[in-house]
Structure formats: structure tokens, C-alpha cells
Design a protein around this ligand. Structure first.
Ligand SMILES: [Zn+2]
Length: 305
């Protein structure tokens, strides 16, 4: 069968349940186990999505950190700084919201990261850092993929082309916040339209679309539950429309890399499928194989025509 994947960053399972968003909660749904980046004690976008598309855990996929450091910086951070830092953090009172991220030590870390990157001592992961084949690399299936982190779009320091880089500024600056909100709304509209356009084509077996919007909205507007709910509703309505437009034999998988509460990532992702997959608390790296099995039914059918 053909497969449509909607990758929705930071879609929180508990909120989808709480608001009973029927289209997002397809036939089968649940939480997903994801790799945790130890230095930050949470799952990070730039690691989890490549794990999903390669079906591999970070060590096999190619890297485990959202920023790659050159030696000797890497050695200092991995073996000295991060272990001490996470020890201190663990012994502090557990942080309750993203406000914690604004503490002095966090500000120092992000400033140092920024400087190290500018000086060429570190960088965000690029496509060639993904060391194993992805689900899109198979010659057996015709695939389309849009905006997948690292694979299609690499992260940069540029504030203009990447709304992610404006999260911290948007938390404190009203003007930035307004522009941030508008750019995310625009992203949602454009990417939803891309999905509808591609659904009209029949020259693919696998199509994955990625949405960043919910991650940004929940980081910046974490105190405004109505605004967050509004965006969850938008996604629910969008998926409802998608489900009406797809052919009968298409698998629709909705997947997220982590959820979010109080502006902080939660420790699990989300999945829902319109076709029963009979999974129980799966790992995010399990889906590649499952989807490939479903896709090979589609290929065999085509060959028999
Ligand atoms: Zn994310």
C-alpha cells in the first residue's frame, strides 16, 4: 500500500487525548519511545527525526548530539562538562518550565555554542552525517519528502530563514513574537497546501511532510493554552481533510519526535495510524521496517499490473 507520513514536531500525546482530537487519534495511537540526548536530558529534534527515517538508534544513524563539535572541544564537553552539568542539574529542583532555560548557566551555554559555531569549532549536523540509508533511499519505492530536518533542510545560525532561531528572542520581545507567530502560521498554510497538491499526484509510493510549527508555538506561548489548543485544532481539521481525500488503500502515519509541556520537551513521541499496526509503546526506530513491509505490497501490486 502507499504511505503518507505526517511528521508533526512536538505533537503532545496527552494534549491530543485531553482535547479528544479525533482525526489526530486515528484507529491506532500511542506514545513512542525516542532517544534522549543525555547532555540536555531530553529528546532533540535534530537527532530523533534522522533516527525515524533511518530506523536506527543515534550511534548507528551517525551522531547523537544536535551540535557536532571538533576536537578537542568535543572531548572537553563530552567527558568533562556535560557529565558534571547533568549531575548538577539532576540535583537541582526539577525545572517546571522553559523559564529554567533562561537561567544564567543556560544563557552562557547558548552564547558559547553560538561563538564556537561562528569560529568553526562546531556545527549543526548535515545530511552527510547520516551514515545509514534512509527510507527514502530505497530504489524499490518512489518517494517524495519535504522539509525533513537534517535530511532536506539543514539547521543554520541564520535568524531569517529559520524560525527556530527566534524562539529565545520571541519569549522576551513582543515584536519578534508577533513575527514569529506569523511565520509559523504561514509555514502551516504552505505545508498543508503542499500535502493537498501532492495527494493529487499518483507518481509516488511514499510521501513524508514535516511541520515545525507546533514546536515553536508551544515553546513561546507555553502560558497561553488557548493559543496552543487553537493550533492543535488546526492540525486536527487538516488531518480530517486529508483523510477524506486519500484513496482507500493508503496508510497514514502521524508521528512526532517528542511532546511538549510548559515549554519543555516531554520524553516520548506520538504516533497514530489509520491502519492497525498492533504496536505497543514502539521505539521510533521501529517504524522504518514496518512501513517498508507495507510499501512492498504496493510495489508487488504495481509489478503485477
Ligand atoms: Zn522537535
Amino acid at each position: 500500500m502507499r504511505v503518507l507520513i505526517l511528521g508533526i514536531d512536538a505533537l503532545e500525546y496527552d494534549l491530543v487525548k485531553e482535547w479528544n482530537l479525533q482525526h489526530l487519534l486515528q484507529k491506532e495511537h500511542g506514545k513512542v519511545q525516542v532517544p534522549i540526548y543525555e547532555a540536555e536530558g531530553e529528546p532533540v529534534t535534530l537527532v530523533v527525526w534522522p533516527c525515524f527515517i533511518t530506523g536506527a538508534e543515534p550511534e548507528v544513524m551517525g551522531y547523537s548530539s544536535p551540535i557536532l563539535y571538533r576536537q578537542p572541544l568535543r572531548f572537553i564537553l563530552d567527558y568533562l562538562f556535560y557529565p558534571i552539568y547533568s549531575f548538577i542539574k539532576e540535583n537541582q529542583e526539577k525545572s517546571k518550565s522553559i523559564d529554567f532555560k533562561q537561567t544564567r548557566i543556560q544563557k552562557i551555554i547558548s552564547k558559547l555554542n553560538y561563538k564556537a559555531m561562528k569560529a568553526g569549532f562546531s556545527r549543526y549536523p548535515l545530511k552527510h552525517d547520516i551514515k545509514v540509508p534512509t527510507i527514502f533511499d530505497s530504489e524499490q519505492f518512489r518517494s517524495i519528502h519535504l522539509h525533513i530536518p537534517v535530511y532536506d533542510e539543514s539547521h543554520t545560525l541564520d535568524k531569517h530563514c529559520n524560525p527556530r532561531n527566534n524562539v529565545i528572542a520571541a519569549l522576551s520581545d513582543k515584536t519578534v513574537r508577533k513575527e514569529f507567530s506569523a511565520s509559523l502560521q504561514q509555514e502551516f498554510d504552505e505545508r498543508a497546501q503542499e500535502v493537498f497538491d501532492i495527494l493529487q499526484q499518483d507518481d509516488w509510493d511514499l510521501f513524508m511532510q514535516y511541520f515545525y510549527v507546533l514546536d515553536g508555538i508551544q515553546h513561546v506561548f507555553f502560558k497561553n493554552k488557548l493559543k496552543i489548543m487553537d493550533y492543535y485544532m488546526k492540525f486536527n481539521t487538516f488531518v480530517g481533510e486529508v483523510l477524506q481525500k486519500i484513496p482507500d488503500d493508503m496508510l497514514v502515519l502521524i508521528i512526532s519526535d517528542h511532546g511538549q509541556k510548559h515549554g519543555l520537551h516531554t520524553m516520548y513521541g506520538f504516533y497514530s495510524s489509520n491502519v492497525p499496526l498492533t504496536l505497543d509503546n514502539p521505539r521510533i526506530s521501529e517504524f522504518k521496517k514496518i512501513l517498508e513491509d507495507k510499501l512492498s505490497i504496493s510495489r508487488k501490486k504495481r509489478e503485477n499490473l
